[in-house]
Design a protein. Structure first.
Length: 343
């Protein structure tokens, strides 16, 4: 290790740094506290011809084997008010901030815009990569700009949200050009007005049951947390990464054909086509509660794959592929997984 930075950890166990709880080692692990440190770490890795990757919060990854080279754990903190007026506030937030903690902070300040995204696991820096979304709101609705390190040029750059190619669970950071960029901070625009979004059916049902017609921003956040906790297992208790598969999009013609054969098919209009409920497709094939050794499908939520302990990422991916094949053969629909396989 004498040739490498002192803060690099050698043969670091990542068991507690991924929410599936898979035990793999990183040849070198760097906990990054600043943009300048990140720049230095990448420079060293490139000079030594080391592979590198960003782990983030470990909540949207599958680890299958020990990771060669350098693994970066982004821990750049800070929440700064850049500007504000009577109606809005613009924030700069470090990529290492916990996402849900940011949501809670914004609520404590009386700002709205993030409440529907409460309890989503992971870090702020991972949020644009996935364009995180829940209950009718996506990150792109409040994002202004992203600051990142271009590891090819070594320069720090800023990209406007409009240029980030955002769509459902997608951004330019998932495309070939963006895979060499590492996010260091984001700029968000939040409202000082109590503007709530409760069009999503699960939220409407929740407030209808409680007899609440005009919920506050805080009440919306509490509802989202309650709904998520009722549907999704706690990774601290049962290893998981939340929804493992994306809801597939199909054309209106495909939807009509499928609904003819499966009248109970669950889908929602999305542009010129429909977005299917992947959980329904999986559940109908009998996979809910399915278990193969140390891995399985959650007993209450078919979209969530779980690790019961003592297993590995390859076993989990084998189960995922079994489910994908069954859905393809039965419905002719392709399921795409959400978590990234880190190598």
């Amino acid at each position: 290790m004498s040739d490498y930075p002192e803060h690099w950890q050698e043969n670091a166990d990542l068991l507690r740094l991924n929410t599936f709880g898979f035990s793999v080692e990183a040849e070198y692990l760097s906990v990054v506290h600043s943009a300048s440190q990140l720049q230095q770490d990448i420079t060293v890795a490139q000079k030594r011809n080391l592979a590198w990757r960003v782990l983030g919060g470990g909540s949207n990854v599958v680890l299958c084997q020990n990771l060669p080279g350098l693994t970066l754990l982004i821990d750049i903190k800070g929440v700064e008010v850049l500007s504000e007026n009577e109606s809005d506030v613009t924030l700069s937030v470090g990529a290492g901030e916990n996402w849900h903690s940011l949501v809670c902070f914004s609520l404590s300040q009386g700002w709205s815009g993030l409440e529907n995204l409460a309890l989503i696991p992971g870090t702020v820096g991972a949020a644009p990569v996935q364009n995180i979304g829940a209950y009718g709101v996506e990150l792109k609705d409040v994002l202004l700009r992203v600051q990142y390190l271009d590891t090819v040029t070594g320069a720090f750059c800023t990209r406007a949200a409009a240029d980030c190619h955002f769509s459902y669970r997608h951004s330019i950071f998932k495309e070939s050009i963006g895979k060499s960029w590492i996010i260091v901070s984001v700029e968000l625009c939040l409202s000082k007005q109590a503007v709530t979004q409760i069009k999503y059916k699960a939220l409407r049902d929740y407030f209808d049951q409680k007899g609440v017609e005009q919920p506050t921003v805080q009440q919306v956040a509490e509802a989202v947390v309650a709904i998520r906790q009722s549907k999704l297992p706690d990774p601290a208790v049962l290893g998981n990464a939340g929804s493992f598969f994306k809801n597939p999009w199909i054309t209106a013609e495909q939807f009509d054909l499928l609904r003819h054969d499966y009248p109970g098919l669950v889908g929602f209009i999305d542009g010129p086509g429909y977005k299917l409920a992947a959980a329904w497709l999986i559940d109908q094939l009998g996979f809910k509660g399915w278990r193969e050794g140390a891995v399985g499908v959650h007993k209450d939520q078919a979209l969530v794959l779980v690790h019961h302990g003592g297993g590995n990422g390859e076993q989990l991916l084998a189960l995922a592929q079994r489910i994908q094949l069954a859905v393809k053969q039965h419905y002719g629909v392709v399921l795409e997984q959400e978590p990234v396989v880190l190598q």
